[in-house]
Ligand binder design. Structure first.
Ligand code: BES
Ligand code: ZN
Ligand code: ZN
Length: 471
């Protein structure tokens, strides 16, 4: 299903050296957005004019939004074929190379064009999507390559959004693993899927424990891309794959279950598509993706508050709250990551509502002990549009998750600092390699003013691919 949808979404980019002739134009409407004017030319073509009131104040963040606005304005005007002048997007003070601008444009055109139509009936007039963009003015090889690369990135971000938006009933751990296989088809990514027995054999007591309440069996998805030979140490990406989070026996209040808990596998989806993307872009890098996938359900066989789980690392975890399940399954994946002797491990998870309380919906929280990594992620965040912001992870916080009956507790001792408690818990399993945690709960869904369809935002695929390119 995802494949056919992806094909529908893809914009056809063509290039033309000539500018269309100036024609007499008549103003026909001023949309709700005051900077958007619609004209009709003498030959009956629609001309949409987006004004940039203060071009000297243009920055990368605004350029991203401008690119998306081009698409949303076209969609509002039911325009399927667009003619755009490349130089309109060149702001010299930004010091961006033409290829870089082209990449940014293509990615954000694709992202803004995306609609989650998988479950909708095709209307007689077709989907309201932009089908073709003609780029006028410049068509250097650098610009063309930028468009190609940018589009592939946009497509993978959208593929990630499809996985996240898919309802829980159609995105069980088993189905998520199948989607990983499908996504990797035709690429050099090797996918292995461990089932319940394998997970038990590996003594991943965290994953087994959380999965116990569901009739859906857990999966442990391993994606390997050896783009630079087996000798070089890989970067390991770990993604939370909770396909539905009810909270378990510590059941979430009704409103919180209904609001997006089928998207609790968004970190896993981002990891799957990022590894595949690295392969599609032919990176000469080694990348491994690990996605522990479970459904967190209340039932007669659920793990209980107070239970003690023996993790793959040998440490015991006291369950303070069955709703803090993400850190438990991720802990086993972080232990598994050790076997790769990774040069870096990044985990990505919709881990805590507290991260969203702290930052709002505009940035993911990052937590690490490595200041250089923190800085690098902030820079890559700015560059990619997947913004991140740091929270502290000091030694003192370890006190807050000490267990009473087990080695560590999966909850803090107070109601404060929830995002930090989650990260300091993960850190107990990630001390053997350079590591950074991305709590993407704030960026799980698109928010106001982003010119993106409601639902999954596809974070942080754009950031991860920049990381894989540069690290
Ligand atoms: N999946 C949730 C966190 C979440 C909330 C993600 C909202 C996206 C949007 C996570 O498993 C959870 O329930 N965390 C609890 C932890 C608490 C019980 C210690 C939380 O944040 O409240
Ligand atoms: Zn939870
Ligand atoms: Zn969760």
């Amino acid at each position: 299903m995802a494949d056919s949808i992806r094909r529908i979404m893809k914009i056809k980019f063509t290039f033309s050296g000539k500018l269309p002739k100036e024609r007499n134009k008549t103003l026909v409407s001023i949309t709700k957005e005051k900077d958007v004017l619609v004209y009709i030319s003498a030959s009956g073509q629609k001309i949409i004019s987006l004004s940039v009131p203060e071009p000297e104040k243009m920055d990368r963040r605004k350029l991203i939004l401008l690119a998306r606005q081009v698409i949303t304005s076209a969609k509002a005007g039911k325009i399927k074929k667009l003619v755009i002048t490349f130089s309109d997007f060149v702001f010299s003070h930004l010091k961006m190379k033409p290829g870089e601008i082209a990449e940014l444009l293509a990615t954000n055109f694709e992202m803004a064009n995306f609609e989650f139509v998988k479950y909708k009936t095709l209307p007689p007039e077709g989907w309201n999507l932009v089908e073709e963009i003609v780029m006028v003015g410049e068509n250097s090889p650098e610009i063309k390559k930028g468009f190609l690369v940018g589009q592939v990135i946009g497509e993978e971000v959208n593929a990630c959004r499809i996985l996240s938006n898919t309802p829980g009933g159609d995105m069980t751990p088993k189905l998520l693993a199948e989607e990983a296989r499908k996504a990797a088809r035709g690429t050099k990514v090797r996918v292995r899927v461990l089932g319940r027995r394998d997970i038990q054999k590996l003594e991943m007591g965290g994953i087994s424990g959380v999965a116990r309440g569901s009739s859906e069996e857990p999966r442990f998805v391993i994606l390997e891309y050896w783009g630079s030979g087996r000798k070089e140490k890989p970067i390991v990406l770990v993604g939370k794959g909770v396909t539905f989070d009810t909270g378990g026996l510590n059941l979430k209040p009704s409103k919180y279950i209904s609001e997006g808990m089928h998207m609790d596998m968004s970190g896993g989806a981002a990891v799957i598509q990022s590894v595949v993307l690295a392969a599609k872009l032919g990176f000469r890098k080694n990348v491994v993706g690990l996605v522990p996938a479970v459904e967190n359900m209340p039932s007669g066989s659920s793990y209980r508050p107070g239970d003690i789980l023996r993790m793959m690392s040998g440490k015991t975890v006291e369950v303070g709250n069955t709703d803090a399940e993400g850190r438990i399954i991720l802990a086993d994946a972080l232990t598994y990551a050790k076997r790769y002797k990774p040069k870096l491990v990044v985990d990505v998870a919709t881990l805590t509502g507290a991260a969203e309380v702290a930052l709002g919906q505009r940035a993911s929280a990052i937590l690490t002990r490595d200041e250089k990594l923190q800085k690098l992620f902030q820079e890559l965040g700015e560059e990619s549009g997947d913004y991140v912001w740091p929270l502290p992870l000091w030694d003192e916080y370890e006190e807050d998750i000490k267990g009473t009956t087990g080695d560590i507790s999966n909850t803090g001792k107070t109601e404060y600092g929830g995002a930090i408690n989650g990260a300091i818990f993960l850190y107990q399993f990630a001390k053997d390699y350079p590591w950074i945690h991305v709590d993407m709960a704030p960026r799980m869904t698109a928010t106001e003013g982003e010119h993106l369809a409601k639902g999954a935002a596809g974070a942080p695929v754009r950031l991860l691919i920049k990381l894989l390119k540069k690290f």
